[in-house]
Design a protein around this ligand. Structure first.
Ligand SMILES: Cc1cc2nc3c(=O)[nH]c(=O)nc-3n(C[C@H](O)[C@H](O)[C@H](O)COP(=O)(O)OP(=O)(O)OC[C@H]3O[C@@H](n4cnc5c(N)ncnc54)[C@H](O)[C@@H]3O)c2cc1C
Length: 486
């Protein structure tokens, strides 16, 4: 009989993965006295970046990253597949053509996740903002997972902060934060294909006769590019509200295009607008000085997003300036780019490696009745991982940590040779003073390059293949009974 709860707060990328993994493992392990309650505040309470009431909504790009095994994200995706991730399985079902990237039709993807979650017998969905006082969770029977993301509702954010102060008074418990921006989505029918052309950089992964998945808008004239560049750097930005912290930074991988441009025009032509490896087959001799790429955003191919064009320009300015891109002169934007504050917690100070909240020894001594292990967990971007895929992946760790705790087993620690294990190790062990959001990357796996055999040190491709193999091999040691059968 169900008499205990595992509350998961937030049905985004991390919350849905966590809830689904826990519910499925409860079944696999035949644990009958627990069920999951998944709270989601949308649509009653909105965030500044979400547009729908669906779970796992992708707020900007429609790509979960490269699936290629010699990329860091590719390894993470394989690891998530190994654990039967609901996010990766749903993405495969909603896939749109995008070369080696796992890009999705965002509506089909979110619908797929929402339906799977809503129909799971051990998940009760509660559509309301979670604003309970949190002190009772310090020593209560129920588990709770905060997966409320970079746009955690302000009320809850305050409550979580008070909880930190109570539970770990010595730690630095202020929220950290940075800016994140989204790119516009445009109607395919508004793109002038007499100028733009389909193609993939270096024709990567293309068979004979295939044209490539991206739409490319080439600047052939230097003057035309300079005009666009000048308009971009002199354009009007939207006002940023509610940002009290003057020290707030941009996350490197998600800087607004106008911020990148402000550092010089070459930051564009060697960055998001680099023309190398792209050629219009209708006029192969023409060399572009810069190329803007658009990636398909829905299955039918009627919507495309402008790759790398996350922006904080005023909406009228987005239309005016981006219309200066060759092929986009009649551009129709269906969703404008926006920029928002992202919050995350100081995980190295606050979280254990299984992503549970640390309880300070002084509080334990003072209260006397506290359990050694906390039943409060964090998942997703709020822990300081960055990106859809990384956020979802942490849900896999939290689910196994909770199941181990219920079964009275040792803490679940993901092997550090894996991309996910090294990511979680980083966010829980990095120097708290210089803690910044982090994507999956090879540096995490390749911590001691000098210990690698010479052949792997010299050859990048061999090295990545080797590290990927090590990561996947490390998963084979996992207990089979913890696998979800689908
Ligand atoms: C503007 C912007 C652009 C971004 N662009 C990209 C990108 O292009 N690519 C990329 O990989 N990542 C991007 N990110 C990061 C992206 O948000 C995260 O990678 C990912 O969505 C985080 O997953 P999550 O589950 O932690 O949070 P979310 O997916 O945001 O899910 C959190 C959920 O919690 C709900 N919630 C919040 N507070 C409460 C409450 N009190 N009660 C109940 N529910 C609550 C929210 O409504 C939301 O559904 C962007 C983020 C922002 C803000």
């Amino acid at each position: 009989m169900v008499n205990k709860l595992i509350k998961v707060i937030g049905a985004g990328l991390a919350g849905t993965e966590t809830a689904w993994q826990i519910a499925s493992l409860l079944q696999v392990q035949n644990i009958t006295n627990y069920k999951v309650q998944l709270y989601e505040m949308r649509p009653q309470v909105k965030t500044p970046a979400h547009h729908t009431d669906k779970f796992a909504e992708l707020v900007c790009s429609n790509s979960l990253g490269s699936e290629f095994i010699t990329t860091a994200r590719g390894v993470l995706i394989r690891e998530m597949q190994h654990y039967k991730s609901i996010i990766i399985n749903s993405a495969q079902k909603a896939k749109v053509p995008a070369g080696q990237a796992l890009a999705v039709d965002r509506d089909i993807f979110a619908q797929e996740v929402t339906e799977k979650i809503e129909s799971h017998p051990l998940i009760e969905v509660i559509r309301e903002e979670f604003t309970e006082d949190l002190e009772k969770y310090i020593a209560g029977d129920d588990y709770i997972v905060f997966a409320t993301g970079p746009l955690t509702s302000p009320d809850l954010a305050k409550k979580i902060q008070s909880l930190f102060k109570l539970i770990n008074p010595q730690a630095k418990t202020d929220y950290l934060n940075f800016f994140d921006a989204a790119a516009p989505i445009v109607e395919e029918s508004s793109i002038n294909m007499d100028i733009a052309y389909k193609g993939s950089r270096y024709d990567k992964g293309l068979e004979e006769g295939e044209e490539g998945d991206y739409i490319n808008c080439p600047f052939y004239s230097k003057a035309e590019f300079e005009n666009f560049y000048n308009e971009l750097i002199n354009s009007q930005k939207a006002e940023l509200k509610d940002f009290e912290n003057e020290n707030m930074r941009f996350f490197d991988a998600c800087q607004p295009i106008e911020e990148i441009a402000a550092k010089g025009s070459q930051t564009l032509t060697f960055g998001p607008l680099k023309p190398v490896g792209l050629r219009d087959k209708r006029s192969p001799d023409k060399r572009a000085v810069a190329v803007v790429q658009l990636r398909q955003d829905n299955v039918v191919g009627s919507l495309y997003n402008i790759v790398g064009f996350q922006t904080n320009l005023k909406w009228s300015e987005q239309k005016r300036v981006f219309s200066l891109i060759p092929g986009l002169e009649n551009l129709e934007i269906v969703r404008y780019g926006v920029m928002h504050q992202n919050i995350f917690i100081n995980s190295p100070e606050l979280l254990n490696q299984d992503l549970s909240l640390k309880i300070s020894p002084s509080l334990q001594a003072e209260r006397g009745n506290l359990p050694n292990e906390s039943k409060i967990f964090f998942a997703g971007q709020i822990t300081g991982v960055e990106g859809y895929t990384e956020s979802a992946a942490t849900g896999i760790v939290v689910a196994r940590s909770i199941i181990n705790s219920i079964l009275g087993k040792d803490k679940f620690i993901m092997p550090e040779q894996t991309m996910l294990g090294s990511l979680v190790h980083y966010v829980t062990h990095c120097d708290p003073k210089r803690f910044q959001p982090i994507n999956s990357n090879w540096g995490l796996l390749n911590k001691n390059p000098e210990t690698l055999e010479k052949q792997y040190r010299k050859n990048k491709k061999l090295r990545y293949e080797y590290l990927a193999q090590q990561a996947l091999a490390a998963l084979q040691g996992e207990t089979l009974s913890m696998f979800i059968v689908v």
